[in-house]
Ligand binder design. Structure first.
Ligand SMILES: NC(=O)c1ccc[n+]([C@@H]2O[C@H](COP(=O)([O-])OP(=O)(O)OC[C@H]3O[C@@H](n4cnc5c(N)ncnc54)[C@H](OP(=O)(O)O)[C@@H]3O)[C@@H](O)[C@H]2O)c1
Length: 440
Protein backbone atom coordinates (compact mmCIF):
# COMPACT_ATOMS: atom_id res chain seq x y z
CA UNK A 1 0.00 0.00 0.00
CA UNK A 2 1.25 3.51 -0.85
CA UNK A 3 2.26 5.82 2.01
CA UNK A 4 -0.45 7.80 3.77
CA UNK A 5 -1.81 10.94 2.13
CA UNK A 6 -1.09 13.70 4.63
CA UNK A 7 -3.60 16.50 4.80
CA UNK A 8 -3.74 19.81 6.61
CA UNK A 9 -7.18 21.24 7.30
CA UNK A 10 -7.44 25.04 7.44
CA UNK A 11 -10.73 25.94 9.14
CA UNK A 12 -12.44 23.69 11.70
CA UNK A 13 -15.91 25.21 11.65
CA UNK A 14 -19.12 23.58 10.38
CA UNK A 15 -17.48 21.81 7.43
CA UNK A 16 -13.92 21.39 8.75
CA UNK A 17 -14.95 19.71 12.00
CA UNK A 18 -17.39 17.37 10.17
CA UNK A 19 -14.61 16.42 7.78
CA UNK A 20 -12.12 15.77 10.57
CA UNK A 21 -14.67 13.63 12.42
CA UNK A 22 -15.48 11.56 9.31
CA UNK A 23 -11.83 11.01 8.35
CA UNK A 24 -10.79 9.96 11.84
CA UNK A 25 -13.92 7.84 12.35
CA UNK A 26 -13.65 5.96 9.04
CA UNK A 27 -9.89 5.58 8.75
CA UNK A 28 -9.93 1.87 7.87
CA UNK A 29 -12.67 2.08 5.21
CA UNK A 30 -10.96 5.06 3.63
CA UNK A 31 -7.58 3.41 3.43
CA UNK A 32 -9.17 0.42 1.66
CA UNK A 33 -11.18 2.46 -0.87
CA UNK A 34 -8.41 4.98 -1.50
CA UNK A 35 -5.62 2.42 -1.53
CA UNK A 36 -3.74 4.39 1.12
CA UNK A 37 -4.44 5.91 4.50
CA UNK A 38 -5.64 9.49 4.81
CA UNK A 39 -4.00 11.18 7.74
CA UNK A 40 -4.75 14.59 9.19
CA UNK A 41 -1.31 15.78 10.21
CA UNK A 42 -2.01 19.49 10.74
CA UNK A 43 -4.96 21.78 11.42
CA UNK A 44 -5.52 25.50 11.64
CA UNK A 45 -8.26 27.67 13.14
CA UNK A 46 -8.37 30.80 15.24
CA UNK A 47 -9.32 29.55 18.67
CA UNK A 48 -7.33 26.60 19.94
CA UNK A 49 -9.37 26.26 23.14
CA UNK A 50 -12.71 25.75 21.37
CA UNK A 51 -14.16 22.25 21.77
CA UNK A 52 -14.86 20.93 18.27
CA UNK A 53 -15.84 17.41 19.29
CA UNK A 54 -12.70 15.97 17.71
CA UNK A 55 -9.47 14.68 19.18
CA UNK A 56 -6.78 16.98 17.81
CA UNK A 57 -3.86 15.28 19.57
CA UNK A 58 -1.28 14.08 17.08
CA UNK A 59 -2.17 16.92 14.71
CA UNK A 60 0.12 19.95 14.51
CA UNK A 61 -1.80 23.13 15.35
CA UNK A 62 -1.20 26.33 13.40
CA UNK A 63 -2.71 29.69 14.23
CA UNK A 64 -2.03 30.81 10.68
CA UNK A 65 -3.41 28.80 7.76
CA UNK A 66 -0.81 30.37 5.48
CA UNK A 67 1.98 29.21 7.75
CA UNK A 68 0.50 25.73 7.81
CA UNK A 69 0.38 25.70 4.02
CA UNK A 70 3.99 26.81 3.81
CA UNK A 71 5.51 24.74 6.57
CA UNK A 72 3.48 21.74 7.65
CA UNK A 73 4.39 18.22 6.60
CA UNK A 74 1.39 17.79 4.29
CA UNK A 75 0.57 16.71 0.71
CA UNK A 76 -2.82 18.44 0.54
CA UNK A 77 -4.15 21.71 1.92
CA UNK A 78 -7.89 21.50 2.61
CA UNK A 79 -9.12 25.08 2.80
CA UNK A 80 -12.38 25.44 4.76
CA UNK A 81 -12.09 28.99 6.08
CA UNK A 82 -14.06 30.88 3.43
CA UNK A 83 -13.81 34.36 1.90
CA UNK A 84 -12.47 35.60 -1.42
CA UNK A 85 -9.46 37.32 0.11
CA UNK A 86 -7.56 37.13 3.38
CA UNK A 87 -6.31 33.98 5.10
CA UNK A 88 -8.06 31.54 2.75
CA UNK A 89 -6.59 33.09 -0.37
CA UNK A 90 -3.13 33.44 1.12
CA UNK A 91 -3.11 29.83 2.32
CA UNK A 92 -4.28 28.45 -1.04
CA UNK A 93 -1.66 30.45 -2.95
CA UNK A 94 1.09 29.41 -0.53
CA UNK A 95 0.10 25.74 -0.91
CA UNK A 96 -0.04 25.82 -4.72
CA UNK A 97 3.24 27.74 -4.88
CA UNK A 98 4.83 25.03 -2.83
CA UNK A 99 3.43 22.32 -5.11
CA UNK A 100 0.77 20.99 -2.72
CA UNK A 101 -2.62 19.79 -3.90
CA UNK A 102 -5.53 21.92 -2.71
CA UNK A 103 -9.14 21.04 -1.92
CA UNK A 104 -11.49 23.91 -1.15
CA UNK A 105 -15.21 24.50 -0.59
CA UNK A 106 -14.76 28.24 -1.12
CA UNK A 107 -16.99 29.56 -3.95
CA UNK A 108 -16.16 33.19 -3.16
CA UNK A 109 -12.45 32.52 -3.66
CA UNK A 110 -12.99 30.63 -6.91
CA UNK A 111 -15.46 33.15 -8.31
CA UNK A 112 -12.88 35.90 -7.75
CA UNK A 113 -9.50 34.19 -8.35
CA UNK A 114 -10.42 30.82 -9.90
CA UNK A 115 -8.72 31.22 -13.29
CA UNK A 116 -5.48 32.49 -11.78
CA UNK A 117 -5.42 29.71 -9.17
CA UNK A 118 -6.23 27.08 -11.80
CA UNK A 119 -3.32 28.34 -13.92
CA UNK A 120 -1.01 28.16 -10.92
CA UNK A 121 -2.12 24.59 -10.08
CA UNK A 122 -1.66 23.53 -13.70
CA UNK A 123 1.78 25.10 -13.84
CA UNK A 124 2.81 23.32 -10.65
CA UNK A 125 1.31 20.00 -11.78
CA UNK A 126 -0.99 19.68 -8.78
CA UNK A 127 -4.73 19.25 -8.32
CA UNK A 128 -7.15 21.96 -7.22
CA UNK A 129 -10.48 20.34 -6.41
CA UNK A 130 -13.61 22.20 -5.35
CA UNK A 131 -16.66 19.93 -5.55
CA UNK A 132 -18.17 21.38 -2.36
CA UNK A 133 -18.04 24.96 -3.66
CA UNK A 134 -21.24 24.57 -5.73
CA UNK A 135 -24.44 22.98 -4.41
CA UNK A 136 -22.69 21.37 -1.42
CA UNK A 137 -22.99 17.60 -1.58
CA UNK A 138 -24.30 17.40 -5.18
CA UNK A 139 -21.48 16.15 -7.45
CA UNK A 140 -22.10 18.74 -10.17
CA UNK A 141 -18.45 19.74 -10.65
CA UNK A 142 -17.48 16.18 -11.40
CA UNK A 143 -20.45 15.83 -13.74
CA UNK A 144 -19.45 18.92 -15.74
CA UNK A 145 -15.69 18.45 -15.54
CA UNK A 146 -15.58 14.73 -16.31
CA UNK A 147 -18.82 12.86 -16.93
CA UNK A 148 -20.17 15.16 -19.66
CA UNK A 149 -16.93 15.42 -21.64
CA UNK A 150 -17.72 15.89 -25.33
CA UNK A 151 -21.22 17.19 -24.70
CA UNK A 152 -22.08 20.68 -25.92
CA UNK A 153 -23.96 22.32 -23.09
CA UNK A 154 -26.74 24.75 -23.86
CA UNK A 155 -28.05 25.62 -20.40
CA UNK A 156 -27.16 25.04 -16.76
CA UNK A 157 -29.53 26.21 -14.07
CA UNK A 158 -30.46 25.45 -10.55
CA UNK A 159 -31.58 26.18 -7.05
CA UNK A 160 -28.27 26.77 -5.33
CA UNK A 161 -29.11 28.68 -2.18
CA UNK A 162 -30.88 26.79 0.60
CA UNK A 163 -31.77 29.94 2.53
CA UNK A 164 -33.76 31.40 -0.37
CA UNK A 165 -35.43 28.11 -1.19
CA UNK A 166 -36.40 27.60 2.45
CA UNK A 167 -37.96 31.08 2.61
CA UNK A 168 -39.88 30.72 -0.68
CA UNK A 169 -41.11 27.25 0.30
CA UNK A 170 -42.42 28.44 3.68
CA UNK A 171 -44.04 31.52 2.15
CA UNK A 172 -45.95 29.27 -0.22
CA UNK A 173 -46.83 26.45 2.17
CA UNK A 174 -47.81 28.61 5.14
CA UNK A 175 -48.85 31.88 3.60
CA UNK A 176 -46.25 33.76 5.68
CA UNK A 177 -44.58 37.01 4.62
CA UNK A 178 -41.00 37.16 3.37
CA UNK A 179 -39.90 38.88 6.60
CA UNK A 180 -41.55 36.27 8.87
CA UNK A 181 -39.93 33.42 6.93
CA UNK A 182 -36.54 35.11 7.04
CA UNK A 183 -36.78 35.54 10.82
CA UNK A 184 -37.73 31.87 11.16
CA UNK A 185 -34.82 30.82 8.90
CA UNK A 186 -32.45 32.84 11.11
CA UNK A 187 -33.85 31.19 14.25
CA UNK A 188 -33.28 27.73 12.76
CA UNK A 189 -29.76 28.56 11.59
CA UNK A 190 -30.65 28.41 7.87
CA UNK A 191 -29.93 32.12 7.41
CA UNK A 192 -27.04 34.28 8.59
CA UNK A 193 -27.54 37.18 10.99
CA UNK A 194 -26.80 39.36 7.94
CA UNK A 195 -28.67 37.48 5.22
CA UNK A 196 -28.07 40.01 2.42
CA UNK A 197 -25.54 37.89 0.57
CA UNK A 198 -27.96 34.97 0.33
CA UNK A 199 -31.28 36.69 -0.25
CA UNK A 200 -29.97 39.21 -2.77
CA UNK A 201 -28.59 36.37 -4.91
CA UNK A 202 -24.82 36.99 -4.53
CA UNK A 203 -24.13 33.52 -3.16
CA UNK A 204 -25.99 31.90 -6.07
CA UNK A 205 -24.08 34.18 -8.46
CA UNK A 206 -20.71 32.94 -7.18
CA UNK A 207 -21.77 29.35 -7.78
CA UNK A 208 -23.26 30.16 -11.16
CA UNK A 209 -20.04 31.87 -12.30
CA UNK A 210 -18.13 28.66 -11.58
CA UNK A 211 -20.69 26.48 -13.39
CA UNK A 212 -20.65 28.80 -16.42
CA UNK A 213 -16.90 28.37 -16.80
CA UNK A 214 -17.11 24.60 -16.52
CA UNK A 215 -20.07 24.38 -18.90
CA UNK A 216 -18.92 26.80 -21.60
CA UNK A 217 -15.12 26.92 -21.30
CA UNK A 218 -15.07 30.68 -20.72
CA UNK A 219 -13.21 32.83 -18.17
CA UNK A 220 -14.98 33.23 -14.84
CA UNK A 221 -17.13 36.37 -15.02
CA UNK A 222 -18.77 36.70 -11.61
CA UNK A 223 -19.21 40.48 -12.00
CA UNK A 224 -21.19 40.12 -15.22
CA UNK A 225 -24.18 38.34 -13.77
CA UNK A 226 -27.64 39.89 -13.87
CA UNK A 227 -28.76 39.84 -10.25
CA UNK A 228 -32.14 40.10 -8.56
CA UNK A 229 -32.84 38.71 -5.10
CA UNK A 230 -36.05 37.46 -3.48
CA UNK A 231 -36.69 40.26 -0.97
CA UNK A 232 -39.44 41.86 -3.06
CA UNK A 233 -41.37 38.63 -3.65
CA UNK A 234 -44.73 38.93 -1.93
CA UNK A 235 -47.39 36.47 -0.92
CA UNK A 236 -49.51 37.95 -3.72
CA UNK A 237 -46.90 36.84 -6.28
CA UNK A 238 -46.72 33.36 -4.79
CA UNK A 239 -50.51 33.00 -4.77
CA UNK A 240 -50.85 34.32 -8.31
CA UNK A 241 -48.11 31.95 -9.46
CA UNK A 242 -49.92 29.01 -7.82
CA UNK A 243 -53.22 30.00 -9.49
CA UNK A 244 -51.45 30.01 -12.85
CA UNK A 245 -49.76 26.62 -12.26
CA UNK A 246 -46.29 27.85 -11.28
CA UNK A 247 -43.99 28.00 -8.28
CA UNK A 248 -41.42 30.70 -7.61
CA UNK A 249 -37.79 29.67 -7.10
CA UNK A 250 -34.56 31.66 -7.01
CA UNK A 251 -32.69 30.22 -9.99
CA UNK A 252 -29.18 30.79 -11.27
CA UNK A 253 -29.24 30.29 -15.03
CA UNK A 254 -26.37 30.22 -17.53
CA UNK A 255 -27.44 29.85 -21.12
CA UNK A 256 -25.71 29.88 -24.49
CA UNK A 257 -27.46 32.24 -26.92
CA UNK A 258 -26.65 33.54 -30.41
CA UNK A 259 -25.36 36.80 -28.95
CA UNK A 260 -23.25 35.34 -26.11
CA UNK A 261 -23.79 33.74 -22.74
CA UNK A 262 -26.56 34.81 -20.41
CA UNK A 263 -25.76 34.59 -16.71
CA UNK A 264 -28.64 35.57 -14.51
CA UNK A 265 -29.86 35.06 -10.98
CA UNK A 266 -33.46 36.05 -10.26
CA UNK A 267 -36.76 34.83 -8.86
CA UNK A 268 -38.21 32.58 -11.51
CA UNK A 269 -41.59 30.98 -12.13
CA UNK A 270 -41.25 27.29 -12.97
CA UNK A 271 -44.18 25.05 -13.99
CA UNK A 272 -45.65 23.42 -10.88
CA UNK A 273 -45.47 19.94 -12.42
CA UNK A 274 -41.73 20.21 -13.24
CA UNK A 275 -39.33 18.30 -11.00
CA UNK A 276 -37.39 21.41 -10.00
CA UNK A 277 -40.61 23.00 -8.72
CA UNK A 278 -40.87 20.13 -6.20
CA UNK A 279 -37.43 20.89 -4.71
CA UNK A 280 -38.38 22.37 -1.36
CA UNK A 281 -36.72 23.71 1.77
CA UNK A 282 -32.94 23.86 1.97
CA UNK A 283 -32.48 21.24 -0.75
CA UNK A 284 -30.56 22.23 -3.91
CA UNK A 285 -30.96 21.12 -7.52
CA UNK A 286 -28.83 21.61 -10.62
CA UNK A 287 -29.97 20.86 -14.17
CA UNK A 288 -27.66 20.56 -17.17
CA UNK A 289 -28.92 20.46 -20.76
CA UNK A 290 -26.56 19.11 -23.38
CA UNK A 291 -26.71 17.79 -26.92
CA UNK A 292 -25.58 14.21 -26.41
CA UNK A 293 -27.01 13.38 -23.00
CA UNK A 294 -30.14 15.55 -23.02
CA UNK A 295 -31.19 16.86 -19.61
CA UNK A 296 -29.57 15.80 -16.37
CA UNK A 297 -31.08 16.89 -13.07
CA UNK A 298 -29.37 16.39 -9.74
CA UNK A 299 -31.14 17.04 -6.46
CA UNK A 300 -29.58 16.86 -2.99
CA UNK A 301 -28.29 18.61 0.09
CA UNK A 302 -26.64 21.89 -0.84
CA UNK A 303 -25.20 22.69 2.57
CA UNK A 304 -24.60 21.40 6.08
CA UNK A 305 -21.44 20.12 7.69
CA UNK A 306 -21.69 16.45 6.75
CA UNK A 307 -23.11 16.87 3.23
CA UNK A 308 -20.43 19.42 2.36
CA UNK A 309 -17.70 17.34 3.99
CA UNK A 310 -18.85 14.41 1.85
CA UNK A 311 -17.98 16.38 -1.30
CA UNK A 312 -14.66 17.52 0.21
CA UNK A 313 -13.82 13.94 1.08
CA UNK A 314 -14.54 12.80 -2.49
CA UNK A 315 -12.04 15.41 -3.70
CA UNK A 316 -9.42 14.21 -1.22
CA UNK A 317 -10.01 10.60 -2.30
CA UNK A 318 -9.42 11.59 -5.94
CA UNK A 319 -6.05 13.02 -4.94
CA UNK A 320 -5.21 9.93 -2.88
CA UNK A 321 -5.86 7.76 -5.95
CA UNK A 322 -3.94 9.96 -8.42
CA UNK A 323 -0.34 9.34 -9.43
CA UNK A 324 2.25 12.04 -8.63
CA UNK A 325 2.17 14.80 -11.26
CA UNK A 326 -0.97 13.35 -12.86
CA UNK A 327 -3.59 15.94 -13.89
CA UNK A 328 -6.33 13.79 -15.31
CA UNK A 329 -8.63 16.76 -15.92
CA UNK A 330 -7.92 20.48 -16.10
CA UNK A 331 -9.01 22.32 -12.94
CA UNK A 332 -11.83 24.20 -14.70
CA UNK A 333 -12.62 21.52 -17.26
CA UNK A 334 -10.64 23.43 -19.91
CA UNK A 335 -6.93 24.27 -19.38
CA UNK A 336 -6.74 27.74 -17.78
CA UNK A 337 -4.82 29.27 -20.70
CA UNK A 338 -7.35 27.90 -23.21
CA UNK A 339 -10.44 29.43 -21.54
CA UNK A 340 -12.22 31.78 -23.96
CA UNK A 341 -13.02 35.36 -22.97
CA UNK A 342 -16.54 35.60 -21.57
CA UNK A 343 -18.94 37.14 -24.09
CA UNK A 344 -21.95 38.53 -22.27
CA UNK A 345 -25.41 38.39 -23.86
CA UNK A 346 -27.27 41.59 -23.02
CA UNK A 347 -30.09 41.07 -20.57
CA UNK A 348 -32.37 43.16 -22.79
CA UNK A 349 -32.07 40.43 -25.44
CA UNK A 350 -33.20 37.68 -23.07
CA UNK A 351 -36.14 35.78 -24.52
CA UNK A 352 -38.76 34.01 -22.48
CA UNK A 353 -42.18 34.20 -20.91
CA UNK A 354 -42.94 36.82 -18.27
CA UNK A 355 -45.36 37.21 -15.39
CA UNK A 356 -46.34 40.83 -14.77
CA UNK A 357 -48.44 41.92 -11.80
CA UNK A 358 -49.85 45.43 -11.75
CA UNK A 359 -51.89 47.11 -9.06
CA UNK A 360 -54.04 49.72 -10.80
CA UNK A 361 -56.77 52.21 -10.02
CA UNK A 362 -60.20 50.66 -10.47
CA UNK A 363 -61.27 52.78 -13.47
CA UNK A 364 -62.86 52.11 -16.81
CA UNK A 365 -60.35 51.76 -19.64
CA UNK A 366 -57.34 50.70 -17.54
CA UNK A 367 -57.56 47.05 -18.55
CA UNK A 368 -57.73 48.02 -22.23
CA UNK A 369 -54.84 50.45 -21.86
CA UNK A 370 -52.60 47.76 -20.32
CA UNK A 371 -53.46 45.36 -23.16
CA UNK A 372 -52.70 48.11 -25.70
CA UNK A 373 -49.27 48.91 -24.19
CA UNK A 374 -48.43 45.22 -24.49
CA UNK A 375 -49.57 45.04 -28.11
CA UNK A 376 -47.59 48.19 -28.98
CA UNK A 377 -44.47 46.35 -27.85
CA UNK A 378 -45.35 43.21 -29.84
CA UNK A 379 -45.97 41.22 -26.67
CA UNK A 380 -48.41 38.41 -27.16
CA UNK A 381 -50.33 37.42 -24.06
CA UNK A 382 -51.01 33.92 -22.84
CA UNK A 383 -53.41 35.28 -20.25
CA UNK A 384 -54.56 38.54 -18.70
CA UNK A 385 -56.81 38.55 -15.68
CA UNK A 386 -58.13 41.22 -13.41
CA UNK A 387 -59.03 40.64 -9.80
CA UNK A 388 -59.55 42.44 -6.54
CA UNK A 389 -56.30 43.63 -4.97
CA UNK A 390 -55.45 41.85 -1.72
CA UNK A 391 -53.45 44.84 -0.50
CA UNK A 392 -55.82 47.74 -1.27
CA UNK A 393 -59.56 48.14 -0.70
CA UNK A 394 -61.43 46.50 -3.60
CA UNK A 395 -63.24 49.72 -4.41
CA UNK A 396 -60.01 51.61 -5.01
CA UNK A 397 -57.64 49.22 -6.75
CA UNK A 398 -57.55 46.08 -8.81
CA UNK A 399 -54.77 43.68 -9.63
CA UNK A 400 -54.03 42.84 -13.25
CA UNK A 401 -51.95 39.75 -13.86
CA UNK A 402 -50.45 39.09 -17.27
CA UNK A 403 -48.55 36.07 -18.51
CA UNK A 404 -46.78 36.60 -21.80
CA UNK A 405 -45.76 34.20 -24.53
CA UNK A 406 -42.04 34.22 -25.35
CA UNK A 407 -40.91 37.81 -25.81
CA UNK A 408 -37.80 39.85 -25.09
CA UNK A 409 -36.75 41.57 -21.90
CA UNK A 410 -36.49 44.83 -23.86
CA UNK A 411 -40.13 44.60 -24.96
CA UNK A 412 -41.30 43.93 -21.42
CA UNK A 413 -39.22 46.79 -20.00
CA UNK A 414 -40.55 49.16 -22.66
CA UNK A 415 -44.16 48.13 -22.03
CA UNK A 416 -43.76 48.51 -18.26
CA UNK A 417 -42.14 51.94 -18.71
CA UNK A 418 -45.10 53.00 -20.88
CA UNK A 419 -47.56 51.74 -18.25
CA UNK A 420 -45.66 53.59 -15.52
CA UNK A 421 -46.11 56.80 -17.51
CA UNK A 422 -49.90 56.39 -17.25
CA UNK A 423 -51.68 57.74 -14.18
CA UNK A 424 -53.47 54.58 -13.08
CA UNK A 425 -50.63 52.54 -11.59
CA UNK A 426 -50.63 52.04 -7.80
CA UNK A 427 -47.17 51.04 -6.53
CA UNK A 428 -44.37 49.33 -8.45
CA UNK A 429 -45.15 46.71 -11.10
CA UNK A 430 -43.82 43.23 -10.39
CA UNK A 431 -42.08 41.35 -13.22
CA UNK A 432 -40.99 37.72 -12.83
CA UNK A 433 -39.35 35.69 -15.59
CA UNK A 434 -40.65 32.25 -16.46
CA UNK A 435 -38.21 29.39 -17.08
CA UNK A 436 -39.23 26.10 -18.64
CA UNK A 437 -37.24 22.94 -17.98
CA UNK A 438 -36.68 20.94 -21.14
CA UNK A 439 -37.32 17.39 -20.05
CA UNK A 440 -38.25 17.27 -16.39
N1 LIG B 1 -21.46 25.45 5.94
C1 LIG B 1 -21.91 24.95 4.81
O1 LIG B 1 -22.97 24.33 4.77
C2 LIG B 1 -21.11 25.12 3.54
C3 LIG B 1 -21.60 24.56 2.34
C4 LIG B 1 -20.84 24.67 1.18
C5 LIG B 1 -19.64 25.36 1.21
N2 LIG B 1 -19.22 25.91 2.37
C6 LIG B 1 -17.96 26.63 2.36
O2 LIG B 1 -17.04 26.00 3.23
C7 LIG B 1 -16.17 26.95 3.81
C8 LIG B 1 -16.24 26.84 5.34
O3 LIG B 1 -17.56 27.10 5.75
P1 LIG B 1 -18.05 26.82 7.26
O4 LIG B 1 -19.52 26.95 7.24
O5 LIG B 1 -17.44 25.57 7.79
O6 LIG B 1 -17.43 28.09 8.00
P2 LIG B 1 -17.32 28.36 9.57
O7 LIG B 1 -18.18 27.42 10.34
O8 LIG B 1 -17.47 29.82 9.77
O9 LIG B 1 -15.80 27.96 9.90
C9 LIG B 1 -14.71 28.73 9.48
C10 LIG B 1 -13.46 28.22 10.13
O10 LIG B 1 -12.36 29.00 9.68
C11 LIG B 1 -11.59 29.38 10.80
N3 LIG B 1 -10.95 30.66 10.53
C12 LIG B 1 -11.51 31.87 10.35
N4 LIG B 1 -10.57 32.79 10.15
C13 LIG B 1 -9.39 32.14 10.21
C14 LIG B 1 -8.05 32.54 10.11
N5 LIG B 1 -7.72 33.82 9.91
N6 LIG B 1 -7.08 31.58 10.18
C15 LIG B 1 -7.39 30.30 10.40
N7 LIG B 1 -8.65 29.87 10.52
C16 LIG B 1 -9.63 30.78 10.44
C17 LIG B 1 -12.53 29.48 11.98
O11 LIG B 1 -11.79 29.34 13.18
P3 LIG B 1 -12.50 29.28 14.64
O12 LIG B 1 -13.32 28.02 14.64
O13 LIG B 1 -11.37 29.20 15.60
O14 LIG B 1 -13.31 30.52 14.76
C18 LIG B 1 -13.46 28.30 11.68
O15 LIG B 1 -12.93 27.12 12.21
C19 LIG B 1 -16.60 28.31 3.24
O16 LIG B 1 -15.85 28.60 2.10
C20 LIG B 1 -18.05 28.06 2.84
O17 LIG B 1 -18.47 28.92 1.80
C21 LIG B 1 -19.92 25.81 3.54
Amino acid sequence: MAGALKIGIAGLGTVGSSLARIITGRANELSVTCGRAIEITAVSARDRSRDRGIDLSGMAWFESAEEMAARADIDVLVELIGGAEGPAERAVRAALDRGLHVVTANKALLARHGVELAALAEKKGVLLNFEAAVAGGIPVIKALRESLTGNRISRVYGIMNGTCNYILTRMEKEGLSFQDCLTEAQRLGYAEADPTFDIEGNDTAHKLAILTTLAFGTQIAADEIYLEGISNISIEDIEAAADLGYRIKLLGVAQQTDSGIEQRVHPTMVPRDSVIAQVDGVTNAVAIESDILGELLMVGPGAGGDATASAVLGDIADIAKSRPGEQRVPVLGTPAEALEPYRRARMRSHEGGYFIRLTVADRTGVFASVATRMAENSISLESIVQRASSTAPATEAKTIILVTHATTEASVRNAVTAIKAEDYLVGEPQVIRIERPKAF
